[in-house]
Design a protein around this ligand. Structure first.
Ligand code: SF4
Length: 368
């Protein structure tokens, strides 16, 4: 079973450098390394849609410190947006100039057809030519596939015609099979700011975490629970496991937490206040009584409330309590996280995963 690494924080560059020091990597200086961020569209990372260029900067600095010079950032934005515009708007042009790395728009790339199972899939050549592929998705929900993370991020490595065809095939099966053809050697998930519901951002939720691992299936299974979903709700994760691409068993995986979210409290309190600005997030925030909550905890609760609202609607006149400010106080309602242990109903964890919050709130509110 592969390991997952989790680091809480909000400074992408520093976080990448710190977390990669912990992970044993099979790199050598003569390798050609490809970095595949999520730049599905031309929106800055604060929108929750795209990979933080600072996180990528940290990865590049780490690689260059290993003597690796041949680094290429590859992406093909979704159908209807221009990758080159995304490179510019999302800060990747500046990044490339600063570090002397190349940007490559895969919409300009040649492609070949590969076979996986009973599917033929066209895949761009550049991603297959690198010696080491670092997949850098954003931790976010998705309106069609529920989540988009490691496995789905490789959809940016196929031609636009193939992206359209994937939709006619219901996405799940071709996404899993694409990962059999094109394997990620390392996954660095930008969980600093993701999105509540849509791939295109607009309802940013700050989770202040970076996850690193080598098993895309395990990463996606873990992320599904962080966003409040059952793994079974996202068929492509299971299909990928059946193809032998990894394990969904995140409960027995070794997860190395390199710090505690509560250590970031001062910085995060400020960020929680300023981040609640999107309409959907603002609406959910009305259900929350927050005092000094860590962003990872608050983000889990926001995701959990959205998942419950999607399925059942949220009960009227209900509030839940969260944050370190409640540690010494008794609470007559529902408390989220270790800090609200004195609440009448309490959901443990520090921070609790959204899926656990979903399951417990459904039980407490008698929704099922
Ligand atoms: S329970 Fe939540 S708010 Fe309390 S320290 Fe843990 S993560 Fe922070």
């Amino acid at each position: 079973m592969d390991k997952l690494y989790n680091l809480y924080g909000s400074q992408g560059r520093e976080m990448a450098l710190e977390i990669l020091e912990e992970v044993p990597l099979e790199l050598s200086s003569n390798m050609k390394v490809g970095i595949k961020p999520n730049l599905a569209l031309a929106k800055e990372s604060q929108s929750g849609a795209t990979t933080d260029p600072e996180l990528v900067a940290g990865v590049i600095e780490y690689l260059q410190a290993q003597g690796i010079e041949d680094i290429i950032i590859i992406e093909s934005s979704w159908v209807g947006d221009k990758t080159k515009r995304a490179f510019k708007v999302c800060g990747y042009e500046d990044l490339a100039n600063q570090y002397g790395v190349r940007l490559y728009d895969l919409k300009d790339d040649s492609f070949q057809t590969y076979v996986s199972g009973d599917l033929e899939i066209k895949v761009c050549q550049k991603p297959l030519e690198v010696d080491y592929l670092i997949n850098m998705p954003v931790l976010k929900a998705h309106c069609q596939t529920k989540i988009t993370c490691a496995l789905k991020n490789l959809k940016g490595c196929i031609p636009d015609s193939e992206k359209r065809r994937f939709h006619t095939l219901d996405l799940h099966k071709p996404i899993a099979h694409l990962n059999q053809i094109l394997r990620s050697d390392l996954i660095v998930v930008d969980g600093i700011i993701g999105d509540l519901t849509f791939e295109e951002g607009g309802n940013p939720v700050r989770m202040n975490r970076v996850l690193v691992g080598k098993d895309s299936v395990l990463i996606d299974a873990f992320v599904a629970q962080l966003l409040g979903f059952d793994i079974d709700e996202i068929p492509y994760i299971k299909i990928a496991e059946e193809l032998g691409l990894g394990s969904t068993d995140s409960t027995s995986a070794e997860i190395k937490y390199l710090n505690n979210s509560k250590d970031l409290i001062q910085e995060e309190n400020k960020l929680v206040d300023t981040d609640i600005n999107a309409r959907k997030v603002e609406r959910l925030a009305q259900y929350i009584v927050e005092k000094e909550a860590c962003s990872a905890c608050y983000g889990s609760l926001i995701h959990a409330l959205q998942r419950i609202d999607d399925k059942y609607g949220l009960p009227k006149d209900t509030q839940v309590y969260i944050g370190q400010g409640w540690q010494e106080e008794s609470i007559s309602g529902i408390g989220i996280g270790r800090c609200t242990g004195q609440a009448k109903d309490h959901i443990s964890g520090c921070p609790p995963e959204a899926k656990r919050i979903v399951d417990k709130l459904i039980e407490i509110w008698g929704l099922d």
